[in-house]
Design a protein around this ligand. Structure first.
Ligand code: IMP
Ligand code: MG
Length: 178
């Protein structure tokens, strides 16, 4: 797989160091609170696993599954919830964890759904990456690992056509692959 990557943006060590910093901030911010972390499948799996093991709080973990990409490299604009039941977050502080904030459509839809149907006390967002671009929904993440340029990245949970999620680093896919 490595030969299909043009450049490595963040190697495994750099990612782990940044994840530790984010975890430390989150731990301080939610100390003494009832926290539920909601991971956005599938891209956030690896980031969430590393992040949570560095947050020594009595938190709960849940997941949501949404689809907007349908295998393409640009979002279709429509966000669909794949799950029948939504997480039980009534009266809880919620931290949504996702891999990357791009157009903003996904996280905006999840936020809106939670506020409308689930009765959380608060909802914040943590992403590993935030793309510098004009968002289609004005949404800001509360915890951001790295700000990146508007290019398509894979690895550390993120895919292109379901491949590359298991890379230990975040990299830019070679143009010839897309
Ligand atoms: P948004 O709804 O456009 O903000 O897209 C968010 C979702 O699209 C993320 O959770 C990712 O799953 C996916 N995505 C956006 N940009 C990339 C990328 O550069 N590489 C891989 N997945 C991406
Ligand atoms: Mg995603």
């Amino acid at each position: 797989m490595d030969e299909e990557i043009d450049k490595i943006l963040y190697d495994a060590e750099t990612i782990q160091a940044r994840v530790a910093e984010l975890a430390a901030r989150i731990t301080e911010d939610y100390r003494g609170e009832e926290l539920t972390v909601v991971a956005v499948l599938t891209g956030a799996l690896i980031f969430t696993a590393d992040l949570l093991r560095r947050i020594p709080l009595p938190l709960k973990l849940d997941c949501v599954s949404v689809a907007s990409y349908h295998g393409a490299a640009e979002t279709s604009g429509e966000v669909k919830f794949d799950q029948l039941s939504l997480p039980d977050i009534e009266g809880r502080h919620v931290l949504i964890v996702d891999d990357i904030l791009d157009s903003g459509l996904t996280l905006d839809a999840i936020m809106a759904k939670f506020h409308k149907d689930c009765g959380p006390l608060s909802v914040r967002i943590c992403v590993l990456l935030s793309k510098r671009r004009a968002r289609r929904k004005e949404i800001a993440a509360d915890y951001v690992g790295f700000e990146i340029e508007n290019e398509f990245v894979v690895g550390y949970g993120m895919d292109y056509l379901e491949k590359y999620r298991n890379l230990r680093y975040v990299g830019v896919l070679a143009e010839r692959i897309k």
